[in-house]
Design a protein around this ligand. Structure first.
Ligand SMILES: [Ca+2]
Length: 290
């Protein structure tokens, strides 16, 4: 045991270190060697990311950020009724979430490769690194099916809990930086940016949150996988989405360029019909980690 490290540490080690440990163990004919080989073989099919690590699965895929597991409180006991009650959540599964809102560039690849049937309008604001807008729930499903097939990794919408947890990044204030809007920190109405109340900004123009995510507050609303419910009474404590019968509208989070800062608060939530697309709603996708 002094030569071969503890097994539970091995599964989190980079492959190079695992090989080095195996080499040492085999050379010394340790009885643990065979067992370690079994464990290492098992772990070789899993992915290891550092919390906060940024990666992308292909050159045209969105950049993703590995999110740490942990606990937080979703919603608010002092905000609107729809944000209540403050609900304890434990995020136990590692996931990655988009570093930015999904962009037109990223969407248009899916359209060109026939994975997405819709080429959404940009209202003349420009495409490129601006967040994709004018997409509805069905359109987003097409993108997720396409990128999942392309990368052989499971991409999906984040749940409301996963979204709010990632946005809060360990904070429990109204915004990830504090309790008040700081001018120039997010694209929302009266928020002091060149785009505020006018249109979307290219993604990544403002400071990222503590886990490296941009534009969670403002720019465009982001659709999550939870069906719309009028409060958090049915929220689950494990971070899984709330799914109800006859679900035809989803929760959207984070506010948008058109709306006042209070709509961009971490706890704030709004409703979007699955058939509706608009110039204030986009998406930030999530990816499961094996
Ligand atoms: Ca946003």
């Amino acid at each position: 045991m002094t030569i071969c490290p503890l097994l539970n540490k091995i599964v989190t080690l980079p492959l190079v270190k695992i090989i080095r440990f195996l080499f040492n163990c085999v050379l010394l004919k340790s009885p643990l060697a065979i067992l370690i080989i079994v464990v290492a073989s098992f772990s070789s099919s899993a992915e290891t990311f550092e919390a906060g690590q940024v990666f992308r699965d292909c050159p045209v895929c969105p950049e993703m950020v590995a999110i740490p597991t942990g606990k937080f409180a979703m919603g608010s006991n002092t905000g609107k009724v729809r944000e209540r009650p403050l609900t304890p959540i434990s995020i136990k599964k590692f996931i990655a979430i988009g570093k930015y809102e999904l962009t037109f560039d990223e969407w248009d690849v899916c359209y060109k490769m026939l994975g997405c049937s819709t080429k959404p309008e940009d209202r003349g604001w420009g495409r490129g690194r601006r967040p994709v807008i004018n997409i509805n729930y069905k359109d987003i499903k097409e993108y997720l099916v396409w990128i999942t097939k392309k990368t052989q990794n499971i991409y999906r919408l984040p749940s409301e809990a996963e979204w709010e947890y990632s946005n809060r990044a360990g904070t429990n204030t109204e915004y990830w930086w504090g309790n008040n809007m700081v001018l120039g920190s997010a694209n929302c109405r009266n928020c002091g940016t060149p785009w505020s109340g006018i249109n979307t900004s290219p993604v990544g123009q403002f400071r990222p949150n503590y886990w490296g995510l941009y534009d969670t507050h403002g720019n465009v609303f982001e659709i999550v996988s939870d069906c719309w419910t009028p409060n958090h009474n049915n929220a689950r404590n494990d971070g899984a989405p709330v799914i109800i019968k006859n679900c035809n509208s989803r929760v959207i989070k984070g506010g948008a360029w058109y709306y006042l800062p209070k709509v961009a608060r971490s706890a704030s939530r709004a409703r979007n019909d699955d058939r509706v697309f608009s110039y204030v709603v986009g998406v930030r996708i999530a990816r499961e980690i094996k």
